[in-house]
Structures are given as C-alpha cells and as structure tokens.
Design a protein around this ligand. Structure first.
Ligand SMILES: [Zn+2]
Length: 221
C-alpha cells in the first residue's frame, strides 16, 4: 500500500460496508498508518468487530478525497450500511458490492441483507445516470445501466420462480433452494438459501407470501 501511495501520507480510509472482505484490514492499516481516519456508514453491533475509531458518514455527506469531491450515497440491500461514493464531475460511482461484472450480488438474509432495499438502491443509482462504476470486485463497468437493469429483471424472474415453486408444493426455504439451485454444489447451498430467504422476506412484506413455522405459502393460492 505504501508503494501505491507514492510517498503520500494515507489520511483516510472509506469503507463501503462491514463485510469481512471490506473491513477486516482496518486494524492492519491502522498499525501501519496510525493517524489514519476510518470512515463508513454505521452498522451498530457489527462495526465493533473491527475495533478502530469508525468516524460515521451520513447519507448525502460530501467527502473530499484527493482532488475529488465525493457524495455519500446510502445504498442498502447487500448490507444495511452499504455505501456508494459518487463523483458528480466525472459521473463515476465507486459502487462497493452493489454490482460486479459477470456476476449477481448476494443478498445475505442473516447479515441483514434486504432485497427490497437492494432493488430500490439499484433504481436510485440508475437514476443518477453513472457513466462508469468502479466496483470492489472485478473490472470497471462502463455504461452500467444495462447491467443494473438486468439485475432488477433477474430478481423479478427469480421471485416469480420462487412463487411458482411454492405453488407446485415446495414449502420450506430448504426445499425451494434445492429445486431452484439443483445444479449448485452442496457447499454453495447455504449461501443460495440466504438469497432465497431474502426473496421470501420481500414476498412476505409485499403481502404475497406468508409463513407458517418453516412452511411458506403464497397468498390467495
Ligand atoms: Zn459485501
């Protein structure tokens, strides 16, 4: 990292969300650069896992980062504290885990992922008309609107598929996952189930599904 800085001092680190692959380096960075300021949107109960002084970012806050003036855009869904950073001059969005070229984004139910929030975040980012996304994983995404729209369509199709699978007799999240992700390895199933649970939670909130113990039912069916 020191080489990447080219002799400059590291003054601040902005973290997009408190998943381990984004936050867990904080202590190591602090020991190397003791004066550094760590900034993120708060996720109480989670941020303490990496005990540095997290300086909270508020939605819409303007943050000077080098020559750029970035706007904090709260984009929950993948994580409740998920943050994108918008450079209005260049129309570049530093988008964290909101999008990843060639991949869909995981919405982990047990880590307070929220599918309805994610869809709303995608729509808001599309509305900002970014020229380019710089994601945390994978290459730069040029002209991101088609990809972001595909994400929304993918979720709508998945939701419809889950509704149909329940209507055909599957009832628990496990059964639904086994049918939809039949081709997936056993090891990946728990992760897939987390995504299914996020869909079920959205369906429940939309009044389209209800839960009876572990069993799920589609309303009116
Ligand atoms: Zn993440």
């Amino acid at each position: 990292m020191a080489a990447a800085l080219g002799g400059d001092t590291l003054t601040q680190v902005i973290v997009t969300h408190a998943h381990g692959d984004h936050s867990s380096g904080a202590l190591a960075v602090r020991s190397r650069f003791p004066g550094v300021r760590f900034r993120k949107m708060p996720w109480p109960g989670r941020d303490e896992k990496w005990p540095v002084d997290w300086d909270p970012i508020a939605p819409g806050e303007l943050i000077q980062a080098g020559d750029a003036l970035l706007t904090a855009v709260h984009t929950p869904g993948h994580a409740p504290d998920h943050l994108c950073l918008w450079d209005g001059d260049t129309r570049v969005m530093y988008c964290g885990d909101l999008a990843q070229s060639g991949n869909t984004v995981w919405i982990p139910f047990d880590l307070r992922g929220d599918l309805a929030d994610y869809l709303d975040s995608l729509a808001r980012v599309i509305g900002m008309r970014p020229a380019r996304l710089l994601p945390s994983h994978g290459p730069v995404i040029e002209n991101p609107e088609p990809l972001l729209r595909r994400y929304i369509e993918h979720r709508q199709a998945r939701e419809q598929q889950i509704v149909e699978v329940i209507q055909k007799g599957a009832s628990t999240a496990e059964e639904i996952t086994e049918i939809i992700y039949a081709a997936l390895s056993e090891k990946m199933r728990p992760m897939a189930k987390q995504g299914v649970l996020s869909h079920l939670k959205k369906l429940e909130r939309d009044g389209r599904a209800r839960r009876d113990g572990e069993a799920w039912h589609i309303m009116g069916a």
